[in-house]
Design a protein around this ligand. Structure first.
Ligand SMILES: [Cu+2]
Length: 765
């Protein structure tokens, strides 16, 4: 149906690559598979120049044949085609999906193998949904659909199911999927997502946001990243992915790898054990703030049903400036405060200035239907409150954790956090408002945002297909009013976030009840504060000696990685690394994998300066790599005593002796769990994670300017198990480091011509 037109237009516009080998009689048509870049119709970037980037290595091109009726064959087996562009088929039973077409990438499934069709997305214009493919599970069939979103696969004989109750933390319980390969090219180009040009855009595959990486529960994901930047390295982090026993693919330069040098490529490999949505982004300095990010969805079961063929797609919310984050960085350095933001973008679309600008981001709903939307906050500084006028949001998943559904009119989303929400289409949409159009709002949370002027919060529009049928020419703005809700800076209410699959947290294995003052290496309490850094004679590695700046820090020193000497390659010198305060390494005791590590992170406000550190109230969205953590307590009350107000802080309740599950102030029975938590201003959080994932994990504030300032640390977990796990990748990591060191060693490559020693002036992450 739609295939022909899409196919033709893609082929006409873009380069093509001949794809079949005519050795089989069944194919009389020479199939041509476009392997070129397409621009998302919603992307507001001006069309890129015609010299489209192709991957330097498009991967093996395999003989898949096509007959006159358009059917594809691999040998004698007919393939079910799900997408129509950009696909390459590999015979080793896996799918190769060159991601150059903004989610329109293609893949094949064997007709006889179990596959699960995920919700279709008409807005992609391709008329198909991704198909999940379990080639080695021929005894299983799909049990997933609009009437039963909790089920995923069912055994044909025994009836056993893999579903929402399956323990996704256990790799043996997770279905064995396919390998999905993606190619991402990093380059620099001006972009104008809101109609005003930002000269220093940095993008994946020449698109902003980057292409939607889609995979299925249990798949292996392989992403090759090619760095085409001139002045910067890069490394790409897959936010929220646990990287179970694959820590070396976490994409944090200076910790798990050297940056990918300009001209070089690096391939990340990891398994999708969790399901839900997230994003991927550069972890090189502030880079993602200039555009290096994109959505990522792993299809799996849900805790509530929703309809097919609907608006299902990620909605990325972000703040935006028309200056590069690297131009803004000196403002942060000099003032200690993040620079003001200018605008808000919804999925890479906004409106600014007097010139031509894109239409508002629009989602079409159907009367009475249940639509799943994916909300992701990809900002550098802003917590958002999202709402749709006159609509209720049914929240079913946070981060990568399915939760018991709850209803709300608005949802608070911190940087890096994600929610899956079901929007129930109104039954008589056009009766409610003049034409049945409604604002989608992204309101910056008070005290968790800073804009130069009040930005446009009416960021998107919900329209109804029924209304459109009656008023085909109607492009009028909604006149709807928002519901009343508070926009204070906070996470969603603690009690509402109830994971579907419960965890019971155990007592801490890393806290010794008799210890009065933990030493640095065993410490579990962190005070987020600012330190003076630099100044004459300070010999701070990244600040000229004649400057003294205030910087954020978890401990005594602001964080700073060494691009050329990542932690994973320095473990045989670990004690030496630990002695450098700016690497802020906390080594956990080697404990059994069913043991729990507890951490207390405080944001003191009114306590005296401590060893040169000063404290003032600010909220921070804290993100831990490598784990979903349990949120045992989240409080906006002081942890420390407040002499000024003569109050006793709540820390008095949690001495090492009392910091356990017997404490009534701590929730060990199925607490919320996620990978980003808002540390409330002047308050604290107590988190816990199971020590089951060896690695070197960064724990950092996701306000990009704070992380660059130094608000980060690294946690080394079960270090004795690290060498064996990374052995197979040690060669490629070393090789990438060699190339980085070679590139970085040539000072002609340094961006500051006047001062080539001035290369890294921030934390590097
Ligand atoms: Cu912060």
């Amino acid at each position: 149906m739609k295939l022909a037109s899409v196919w033709t237009s893609v082929v006409q516009v873009f380069n093509v690559l001949t794809f079949s080998s005519p050795s089989d009689e069944s194919h009389s048509t020479a199939a041509q598979i476009p392997l070129a870049l397409d621009l998302d119709p919603d992307t507001t970037t001006p069309p890129p120049p015609p010299s489209f980037i192709h991957s330097s290595d498009p991967g093996p091109i395999i003989a898949v044949t096509q007959d006159a009726s358009g059917n594809f064959y691999h040998g004698s087996r007919r393939l079910v085609q799900e997408y129509h562009s950009g696909m390459v088929y590999d015979p080793n039973d896996y799918l190769e999906v060159p991601l150059r077409t903004n989610g329109k990438e293609g893949s094949f499934v064997y007709k006889d193998d179990p596959f699960v069709g995920v919700p279709k997305n008409p807005q992609e214009g391709v008329g198909g949904g991704l198909h999940c493919h379990y080639p080695n599970m021929t005894e299983w069939e799909s049990c997933y659909g609009p009437k039963n979103r909790t089920c995923w696969l069912r055994h044909r004989q025994t009836g056993r199911t893999i579903d929402i109750d399956t323990d996704y933390e256990d790799p043996k319980e997770v279905p064995a999927g396919s390998i999905r390969r993606y190619h991402l090219e990093v380059s620099e180009q001006p972009i104008a997502p809101d109609g005003t040009t930002m000269e220093h855009g940095k993008v994946f595959n020449r698109m902003y946001p980057g292409p939607w990486i889609e995979a299925c529960w249990g798949d292996w994901i392989e992403v090759t990243v090619k760095n085409n930047l001139r002045w910067n390295g890069t490394s790409v982090h897959w936010h929220g992915i646990r990287q179970f026993e694959s820590f070396q693919h976490d994409g944090v330069n200076g910790i798990t790898e050297c940056p990918i040098a300009p001209g070089d490529s690096f391939t990340y490999r990891f398994r999708a054990l969790q399901y839900g949505s997230a994003w991927y982004h550069s972890h090189y300095s502030l880079q993602y703030g200039d555009g290096l990010l994109g959505p990522m969805t792993i299809y799996g079961p849900s805790t509530a049903n929703f309809d097919d063929d609907e608006a299902f797609r990620p909605i990325l919310l972000t703040d935006w400036n028309h200056r590069s984050v690297f131009e803004d960085w000196p403002i942060m350095m000099a003032s200690g405060r993040a620079p003001s933001m200018t605008n808000i973008l919804m999925n890479g679309t906004g409106q600014f200035g007097w010139g031509p600008k894109p239409d508002k981001y629009t989602v079409f709903l159907d009367e009475g239907n249940a639509h799943m939307l994916i909300l992701v906050n990809t900002a550098v500084d802003t917590t958002f409150v999202f709402s749709i006028d006159h609509h209720i949001l049914e929240v079913i998943e946070m981060d990568f954790v399915p939760i018991k559904p709850y209803n709300t009119t608005n949802i608070k989303i911190g940087i890096g956090q994600r929610y899956h929400v079901i929007v129930h289409g109104l039954h008589e949409p056009y009766k409610e408002e003049r034409y049945g159009n409604y604002w989608m709002r992204a309101v910056p949370a008070r005290k968790c945002s800073k804009f130069a002027f009040g930005p446009d919060e009416q960021m998107g529009i919900v329209r109804y297909n029924q209304t459109l049928a009656d008023h085909p020419d109607d492009a009028s703005d909604p006149i709807s009013e928002p519901p009343l809700y508070d926009i204070n800076c906070a996470d969603e209410p603690y009690d509402k976030l109830v994971p579907h699959r419960p965890w019971t947290v155990g007592n801490p294995a890393n806290i010794h009840t008799g210890v009065a003052t933990p030493n640095h290496n065993e410490s579990y309490i962190f005070k987020v504060g600012m330190v003076k850094s630099g100044g004459p004679g300070s010999n701070t590695p990244y600040i000229p000696d004649d400057k003294e700046y205030s910087r954020w820090a978890m401990h005594m020193a602001p964080f700073r990685i060494n691009f050329s000497d990542p932690t994973l390659l320095g473990l045989d010198r670990l004690n030496d690394l630990i002695d450098r305060p700016y690497l802020d390494i906390v080594t956990l005791p080697d404990v059994d994998e069913d043991q729990w590590i507890w951490l207390v992170i405080t944001a003191p406000a009114n306590i005296p300066a401590d060893g040169g550190r000063i404290f003032f109230p600010a909220a921070h969205p804290m993100h831990l790599h490598g784990h979903d953590f349990a949120l045992l307590r989240q409080s906006s009350n002081n942890w420390f005593d407040d002499a000024e107000r003569n109050t006793t802080g709540e820390g008095a309740w949690f001495t090492p002796k009392n910091l356990n599950c017997q404490n009534e102030h701590i929730k060990c029975k199925n607490p919320p769990r996620r990978d980003v938590v808002l540390l409330p201003a002047s308050g604290y959080v107590i988190i816990a994670f199971k020590a089951d994932n060896p690695g070197a994990w960064i724990f950092h504030c996701h306000i990009a300017f704070h992380a660059s300032s130094g608000l980060a640390m690294q946690i080394i977990e079960n270090k004795d198990k690290i060498p064996a796990i990374m052995e197979k990748d040690r060669g490629v990591i070393n090789q990438a480091c060699d190339r980085w060191r070679e590139w970085h060693g040539n000072k002609n490559n340094h961006w500051d011509f006047h001062n080539p020693d001035h290369f890294q002036d921030d934390s590097g992450v």
